[in-house]
Design a protein around this ligand. Structure first.
Ligand code: PAF
Length: 282
């Protein structure tokens, strides 16, 4: 596996692969890789001949009071894990390489970036859209792999790619969970041992809501409110918990069939998100 830090060198490598007729899969990450990221690389390997992963902690998607400086940076371990997983190339640019000057261009996927996580993290999704658009322009992959754990991010990037006619096929990769159900996330590192024991309550609350819906309950707000109260009593600060339409993340109506239950909550210093998709066929 090659590690490349400059855009120019990356482009020249990709050009050679293209000339040899290879298809290219791309897995963008912010590093501190866990089994969820490696699952994306693994899926990419099954679908594309060459796999590029990137590690870039993107300052544009962190708010002034967020964890940009303390975000875990574990490049050596990440490199070893990507090598073992069979990635062909790691793109590891510096902030200066990605943003040689403060960008004057903004990409806002309007409605999708304002809701849910966007309501609590102003500017976050503009930063995500900008960096993903830049990375897609740099790598020009055939296939893009993103985790379903960041469901709002996945939906928003699908929309951006459609709106801007970017020639890439997007694949959502299912969330990888710990044995107790907690969704794998780099931010789980912020949990104390006691908080780590409590964290699976989030997934349990999502499952309870899913099971109530599957057993016919369509009073989404009251099912969710009960779970919000239970989580608050356990010590979580719930940012949002709702049942939305999976296509556009608008509030779900009882006759919608494709749903996603979305949840974000803080536990100590960690802000955790999770979701479950479900289909109902009444
Ligand atoms: O999901 C992430 O790790 C980041 O938001 C992404 C897509 C790599 C953009 O910085």
């Amino acid at each position: 596996m090659q590690t490349i830090t400059s855009i120019q060198a990356l482009r020249s490598c990709i050009r050679q692969w293209r000339q040899a007729g290879h298809s290219i899969g791309f897995v963008p990450t912010m590093g501190n890789l866990h089994a969820g990221h490696l699952q994306m690389v693994n899926t990419a390997k099954q679908k594309a001949e060459k796999v590029v992963a990137s590690i870039f902690v993107n300052p544009a998607q962190f708010g002034p009071d967020e964890d940009f400086n303390s975000y875990p940076r574990t490049e050596k371990l990440d490199q070893a894990a990507l090598l073992e997983q069979g990635a062909d190339l790691l793109f590891l640019p510096s902030v200066l390489e990605m943003y040689p000057q403060a960008p004057q261009t903004t990409i806002t996927v309007r409605d999708l970036s304002a809701r849910h996580c966007g309501a609590n993290r102003p500017g976050h999704f503009d930063g995500v859209a900008l960096v993903v658009c830049k990375l897609l322009n740099i790598v020009q992959p055939d296939l893009l792999f993103l985790g379903e754990k960041d469901y709002q991010q996945l939906t928003l990037i699908r929309r951006m790619v459609g709106d801007l006619n970017i020639a890439v096929e997007i694949h959502g990769v299912p969330t990888v969970r710990e044995a107790d159900g907690l969704a794998m996330s780099s931010r789980n590192n912020y949990l104390s041992p006691e908080q780590r024991q409590m964290a699976p309550l989030l997934y349990q609350a999502l499952c309870t809501v899913r099971d109530a819906i599957l057993s016919g309950d369509r009073d989404y707000s009251s099912i969710v409110d009960q779970q919000v109260r239970a989580l608050q009593q356990a010590g979580f600060a719930v940012d949002y918990f709702n049942v939305s339409r999976s296509i556009d993340l608008l509030p779900a109506c009882p006759n919608d069939s494709n749903l996603v239950i979305l949840l974000a909550a803080k536990l100590g210093g960690a802000r955790l998100i999770d979701n479950i998709c479900l289909q109902i066929n009444d």
